[in-house]
Design a protein around this ligand. Structure first.
Ligand SMILES: [Zn+2]
Length: 258
């Protein structure tokens, strides 16, 4: 009897080990198939994006000059009914009254290189910025381009800060709509990926940078064209005045005060 029990136990152990090996092989094959499918779909997406990037015509000279049609004096007149913000004390007062909105990274735009205490806009200008970001995002999807956000490189400039800039950069205007909290600059070279880092679309965007180093530049040229055309439409609808800057790689956008 004892012998028979030992024999049964041996058979049970062997079939248990076989089952374990079978499960491990199944897990490995499933993982391998899932990984291969993900890589394959990422690869196909890369090919689609590359084709879409090549399909977008860069901005023409005519479009660029239309984006320079209204110069600084026109911008200043458009915001003259709103007061200039001279210093940080005035910033604090406006924040208290809910007349300045702090800019922080969100679904439609990311803030880049703006000094501490200057990432602010009046509510009407911030709404226009977020609206532009939303429209930009759907235009990109419509063109089959990777998801990206606007990169805001300048917002409010107090008079003190504007004077500082002027000393550094002779091109900086004497007065600008930035001093009214009604203007912002959007980079036409940087387009931060949309969504948090771990989302698949962003992961794929990072993959593009890794695998095809020249592609982000081509993508930026295509995205600049999409953004420039959107800004032209917005300017025609009298919702904004735009300057295609050349000293800095950005579009300056002034929101006319209502
Ligand atoms: Zn500007």
């Amino acid at each position: 009897m004892k012998k028979k029990t030992r024999g049964n136990r041996g058979t049970n152990n062997r079939s248990g080990a076989r089952r374990l090996v079978f499960i491990l092989i199944a897990v490995f094959l499933t993982g391998f198939a899932a990984g291969a499918t993900t890589l394959w779909s990422a690869h196909n997406r890369l090919i689609d994006w590359r084709a879409s990037i090549n399909d977008v015509q860069p901005l023409t000279r005519k479009e660029i000059s239309a984006l320079r049609a209204h110069l600084n004096p026109v911008h200043l007149r458009a915001v003259s009914s709103v007061g200039i913000i001279r210093n940080s004390k005035e910033i604090d007062e406006l924040i208290q009254r809910g007349e300045l909105i702090h800019l922080s990274d969100c679904a439609y735009y990311a803030v880049h290189g703006i000094p501490n205490g200057m990432a602010y806009l009046r509510p009407q200008a911030e709404r226009t910025l977020a609206g532009l970001g939303a429209r930009f995002s759907s235009k990109l999807a419509g063109e089959g381009l990777p998801p990206a956000r606007l990169c805001v490189t300048s917002a409010l400039r107090t008079t003190a800060y504007q004077n500082q800039l002027q000393r550094r950069n002779k091109n900086a205007a004497n007065h600008s709509a930035h001093e009214y909290g009604m203007a912002f600059d959007i980079s036409y070279q940087r387009f931060p990926a949309a969504g948090p880092f771990w989302t698949p679309s962003v992961w794929k965007w990072k993959l593009i940078r890794l695998l095809l180093p020249s592609e982000p530049t081509a993508a930026a040229v295509a995205m600049k064209a999409v953004l420039g055309r959107l800004l032209l439409a917005v300017q025609q609808q009298k919702q904004a005045l735009v300057i295609h800057e050349s000293q800095q790689p950005c579009f300056h956008v002034t929101v006319p005060a209502k």
